[in-house]
Design a protein. Structure first.
Length: 120
């Protein structure tokens, strides 16, 4: 998403244009943690990543997590299922193989960014 000409960036723009992007406190905290990692320093400055995080926070919808989920093979990924369930999402867009193997989950499509962008 940090690269404006990438497929994930296209997916974010499409989701923002055609619907809404859902997050929880946990998923936003994970995004902030990932963006703060030093291994990204050679590619994107920390200031650019902080600016990106502020921009994302300005257009996403924060979903309160009422119903907890414990269904993903990787328990760390349950937070994404929780957002989708509690926010009545149509899709989860991810590159995570554990989540992609669950498609569809409770009627929610789990697709890659490329699959999401290609949808009519």
């Amino acid at each position: 998403m940090l690269l404006p000409e990438s497929v994930p960036a296209d997916a974010v723009r499409k989701a923002n244009r055609e619907g809404k992007l859902l997050v929880s406190e946990d998923t936003m905290n994970e995004l902030a943690d990932v963006l703060s990692r030093r291994k990204l320093d050679p590619y994107v400055s920390l200031e650019q990543r902080k600016r990106f995080l502020r921009e994302v926070a300005s257009f996403v919808e924060l979903v309160p997590i009422i119903s907890r989920v414990r269904e993903c093979r990787d328990p760390e990924d349950d937070k994404f299922l929780e957002v989708a369930l509690n926010g009545s999402a149509d899709f989860i867009v991810t590159g995570d193989r554990s989540l992609l193997r669950m498609n569809p989950w409770r009627g929610i499509g789990i697709v890659t960014a490329a699959e999401f962008v290609a949808r009519g």
